[in-house]
Design a protein around this ligand. Structure first.
Ligand SMILES: [Zn+2]
Length: 318
């Protein structure tokens, strides 16, 4: 099967080198090494050089030391992995005001700036996007686990930032980085002898944007039953034959998107009073019109999403 365009945010180009996470001497040496590379995150933003080819800024040497010195005790630098044997860390400056965070990185190329990965995602390379996504996702997880979910006491970062442990000596629970599974599925059928796919839109989206249906996997559910349930809840369509195709980290804020196809058993759409404002069947020709801007009133989800990837894959098959 030929695959469509890249899956942005997947395939971090690092050796995660998990064996080193518990070697504190090694981590300390690498953190101080002039060779090591440092990514910087501030709140929901990464330090990026934007433009037509957005890419991450890597601090090194004195600039890296300066940023590391500004991290908080609660959120020390996180070891992300090795890139060609060079250690890559991430420093989170979210506790600083924006002007202070900018001051810390002010020796960078003048166009380096803190921007949301979402805003540059459609243009970014898979390699850069996946690295920035990992940094952002790790920062998000740490911020939401500063306190123990079991007893409420503070937690400390351990293992290069891949564990947070409760400081309460009667608890000491270890919390591990997590990602929330969500299924996303392109439901297809044949109408008037032509292939169609089911797309919907949420009221909060830009005018005219349509995308494949999606939803979170609930406890006690398999991925396959989640696919069929979400399709039913969002569109009133009964579907069958859920088939897994590919996955994509989606750090907005903390998901892994699991891409499926499914076949519709019914055609009558009812979005009910749930989250979708509208859902409808689109023919292949209609999708191509939207993609090529012949249909000015509608647009598909952005090119960095697995939703778009599923649609592109379907276009190639149908
Ligand atoms: Zn605890």
């Amino acid at each position: 099967m030929s695959m469509p365009h890249r899956l942005t945010y997947a395939g971090v180009p690092l050796d995660r080198a998990a064996d080193f996470r518990n070697d504190q001497d090694w981590l300390d040496r690498q953190r101080l090494s002039s060779q090591s590379l440092l990514l910087v995150v501030w709140r929901d933003c990464n330090l990026i050089i934007p433009g037509d080819n957005p890419h991450p800024v890597f601090l090194q040497g004195e600039q890296s030391t300066r940023a590391i010195d500004m991290t908080s005790k609660q959120l020390p630098p996180i070891f992300l992995g090795l890139q060609n044997q060079v250690a890559v860390f991430m420093a989170d400056l979210s506790h600083l005001e924006e002007a202070e965070a900018i001051e810390v990185v002010s020796n960078q190329p003048e166009d380096a700036t803190f921007v949301s990965l979402r805003s540059v995602g459609p243009l970014i390379s898979q390699k850069s996007g996946s690295l920035l996504a990992m940094a952002r996702a790790m920062a998000y997880w740490h911020h939401r686990h500063l306190y123990c979910g079991a007893c409420g006491a503070p937690t400390n970062s351990h293992s290069g930032g891949h564990v947070r442990q409760c400081v309460n000596k009667d608890c000491r629970v270890e919390h591990f980085p997590r990602t929330d599974p969500a299924v996303i599925m392109l439901v297809t059928t044949t109408l008037n002898d032509r292939p169609h796919c089911l797309l919907g839109r949420q009221a909060s989206w830009p005018d005219g944007r349509y995308s494949s249906l999606a939803g979170f996997v609930e406890p006690g559910e398999s991925l396959e039953t989640a696919v069929l349930r979400e399709v039913w809840e969002e569109s009133g369509i009964r579907a069958a034959e859920p088939r897994y195709l590919a996955s994509q980290p989606w750090p907005f804020p903390s998901s892994i998107m699991l891409g499926f196809t499914a076949r519709a058993l019914s055609h009558e759409i009812d979005v009910g009073s749930n989250e979708l404002e509208d859902a409808r069947w689109f023919s292949r020709a209609e999708i191509i019109d939207i993609d090529q801007h012949n249909d000015q009133d509608r647009e598909l989800s952005s090119r960095d999403s697995i939703a778009r990837w599923l649609i592109d894959d379907w276009l190639r098959q149908s």
